[in-house]
Design a binder for this molecule. Sequence first.
Ligand code: AMP
Ligand code: MG
Length: 349
Amino acid sequence: MDRKSAVFTARLITYIVLIIMLIAQTSCGKDEKNNDVKKSDESFFAMDTYITVTAYGENSDEAVKAAENKITALEKLWSVTDQNSEVYAANHNGTAGLSDDTAELVRFALDMCDTTDGALDISLYPVLTAWGFTTDEHHVPTDAELAALLENVGYDRITLDGNTLTVPDGVQIDLGAVGKGYAGDLAVQELKANGITSALLDLGGNIQTIGTKPDGSTWKIGVRSPYGDGSFATVSVKDKAVITSGGYERYFEENGEVYWHILDPKTGKPAHSGLLSVTVIGDEGRLCDSLSTSLFVMGIDRAEQLWKERMDFDFIAVSEKGDIYITEGIKNDFELSESYKGLNVSVIK
Ligand code: AMP
Ligand code: MG
């Protein structure tokens, strides 16, 4: 079996297991008075990842379906490989008329590229392709190859005028670092429009919540350990997004070196800022998603500086040395897991 069919078979098996789990799942939760509350959930594969939407309340079946429909519709607009997508049109025709959702995402993403001084750069797609991260056919490009490709990297060459996106020849965009977070925000909107006040969305480990659990308690979200399976800590939240970027999420090894999928736009090479993972906690998925990727590139000092400038998010960062940094805003909601109690946690104030 070649690599692609192996990946496909593995995905298919996981999908079947998810469907069986779904059928076997109980279909209610409890409210504050211990009464049953209707629960609906749906798992599906979209945006290159497994997504589960869980909602509580009378209208939860319709709400979850509406959220799923929204996410699959957005995937069709934002896919870099689907020839009918808006992003594909911009990358191949140089210009595209965007739907309102896509225009809003591009406008926000360009703004975050600016805010992060280019640590986030949505024009990295040709470089990501050279590394094989877009096809899973990995390869280490030469410095000369990277230098040539970097000539065409620069988010400031992309213009969005109203809903018209213009991408110069040779430049290609990819919204992969921000799209899932914004898809989560729009799915949250669908759930709320359907009357939902308690829900949890899991977009491949990106968590977004509405309200609290139906019994009024906070959602306890596991923060994945970059050292292996399982969580090294939990963070308790309500009405927040909790989004992680880490080198462990997608990488390959060649000649004993590990190469991961988050690149430093300055070098075109995997970012080595001294961090292994960054989790961002905030009100909106799009902000948390764009920041988790860019803070990973920026490293702890610049991350701290941006946090102090904005104060509209919190983060948890794990360094290569094994130290944990958390910002003051989540100090009381953060707890190390039992087997990680020995880790050194610094609170950024
Ligand atoms: P995330 O999982 O949100 O951290 O996004 C990572 C994805 O964003 C990668 O798989 C690439 O497709 C893309 N990417 C990698 N590095 C960057 C970067 N510096 N700026 C923007 N997108 C990036
Ligand atoms: Mg991201």
